[in-house]
Ligand binder design. Structure first.
Ligand SMILES: [Fe+2]
Ligand SMILES: [Fe+2]
Length: 486
């Protein structure tokens, strides 16, 4: 009912996320500090984006009674949801998370992040609804706080008004080590190489949009930091609470969710990379089991048309910097073939590249800019959207010729196997390019499309366009009442 949020509809109280909990000593250093405003406010969907949302933020130091004020009318924030607070490696800033469940589908909520003596502006988010409608999402990886990768890409994402942004790893670049052990020992105390405060600067830059629409994170190699933990993920998990429905390991290291007829799956490619072995096999094979079970489930469901898998390392990329990663290619692409994954989105190589549709390692047909293909027949399209090298210290060496580049396989940088590239369709290395995709619900004939436009964040030019099309008997896969199956 307008103006009155059902108090039973919102999970109250702190949620056990690990780390320090509300009431712990870090909360009571400077009670009543009125100058400390919540910063870096960002949203993360739970496993059910219709009903679950996590609101996260940071304060410069510890605060008393961090909480979320929530309501379903502007100015009517009648609910109070306790937040859990967590420290993060190497910074004074404290991270806060308010986890909401039992929200109403398709409803706009208003909220403030607050504590004793301070609060954010009033902000809004809208849960995913039950009605059939187009699903929009954006994606890229490899962002950091570089100027050409902040306001232009955030504004490009915002202009598309997506339901979800998928960030495929290498998030803040707080750590230069990139998961290379030899660099960890050399750079642990070098602020130019390891600057944990970059995380909060990065999230502050995202806030204008990430406080309205979830930016769903994926672990990249630069999330493996020098934090004294086995996996190096402490900074990441201090700041993100992804869905807890993955392959094990830390909560949310892998996750999946569905919005409308699109399923999103986010594995952790640090577990599978042949190039960078730091965290290889930490999930002990559980990731492949989870990935296969998740793919099989989504592909069998009548309410899912499109399967999008996002992870960091590239099965297919013709850049000569990181090239293709034989680990993710050999371990995961057979599963993508078996379950007809429609689209794989990666980062890691700092450029844009799209393949022709691929089955069993080979392109099945040509898919130039503007093509329409049926992935059920033609295979999986792989896109690298690693933004660009502009403003970086390192020179770009991504301009190697497409044919005859190398691809990693075997172990630890060790073996670069020459490969004649036959699968590269479109390549652009000059600009940060954002993937903007829209999936249509099935029409009365059972046809649905996933339209992918890749947009230059600088001038909003569409540099690549591809339409995926699936067609099936509506009676076999979809009810006709216009509602989502629950
Ligand atoms: Fe990167
Ligand atoms: Fe990377």
């Amino acid at each position: 009912m307008a103006g009155e949020l059902n108090r039973r509809s919102v999970l109250r109280g702190a949620v056990a996320l690990g780390g320090a909990v509300a009431g712990g000593p870090i909360l009571w250093q400077r009670p009543g500090d009125t100058a400390m405003r919540p910063s870096g406010i960002h949203l993360t969907y739970g496993a059910d984006p219709r009903r679950e949302m996590v609101v996260s933020w940071s304060t410069a130091e510890s605060v008393a009674t961090p909480r979320l004020l929530l309501g379903d009318t502007q100015g009517g924030l009648s609910e109070v949801v306790d937040a859990e607070s967590k420290p993060a490696p190497g910074v004074d800033a404290v991270q806060h998370h308010a986890r909401l469940s039992n929200l109403d589908p398709g409803k706009t909520y208003f909220y403030r992040a607050a504590h004793d003596g301070g609060s954010s502006d009033e902000l809004t988010f809208t849960t995913v609804g039950n009605e059939r409608r187009p699903v929009r999402f954006t994606a890229f990886g490899d962002q950091g706080t570089y100027q050409n990768r902040m306001a232009p890409v955030v504004n490009t994402v915002a202009s598309f008004d997506p339901d979800l942004h998928l960030h495929v790893g290498d998030l803040s670049y707080a750590s230069d080590t990139g998961g290379i052990r030899a660099f960890e020992a050399l750079w642990a105390d070098d602020e130019r190489r390891y600057n944990p405060s970059a995380w909060d600067a990065w999230l502050a830059g995202l806030q204008p949009f990430a406080s309205r629409v979830p930016w769903m994170p994926v672990l990249g190699n630069h999330e493996m930091e020098v934090d004294g933990t086995e996996l190096g993920y402490a900074s990441y998990f201090a700041r993100f609470v992804p869905p807890d429905n993955g392959a094990g390991g830390p909560r949310g290291a892998t996750w999946s969710l569905r919005i409308g007829n699109v399923a999103f799956i986010a594995p952790d490619s640090n577990d599978a990379s042949a190039e960078l072995p730091r965290n290889r096999d930490y999930l002990g094979g559980a990731q492949e089991s989870w990935l296969e079970a998740t793919l099989a489930d989504y592909r069998s469901r009548p309410d899912v048309d499109w399967i999008v898998v996002g992870f960091h390392h590239c099965p297919y990329c013709s850049s000569s910097r990181h090239s293709s990663d034989g680990g993710v290619r050999d371990r995961w692409t057979p599963l993508f073939d078996r379950y007809q994954v429609d689209l794989v989105i990666n980062g890691h190589n700092h450029l844009y590249e799209r393949t022709h549709p691929i089955r069993q390692g080979n392109p099945t047909t040509e898919a130039p800019i503007g093509a329409t293909i049926d992935p059920g027949q033609a295979g999986t399209t792989y896109i690298v959207s690693g933004l660009s090298e502009e403003d970086e210290r390192l020179p770009d060496i991504a301009t190697a010729p497409v044919a005859g580049v190398t691809h990693y396989t075997g172990t630890d940088f060790g073996l670069r196997v020459p490969e004649v590239v036959t699968w590269s369709a479109v390549k652009d290395e000059l600009s940060p390019i954002v993937i903007c995709a829209e999936a249509s619900p099935p029409d009365s004939g059972g046809t649905t499309t996933l339209t992918i436009r890749s947009v230059d964040a600088g001038d909003r030019r569409v540099v690549d366009e591809l339409t995926l099309l699936r067609s099936h008997m509506p009676s076999a896969r979809h009810s006709r009442d216009g509602k989502e199956p629950s």
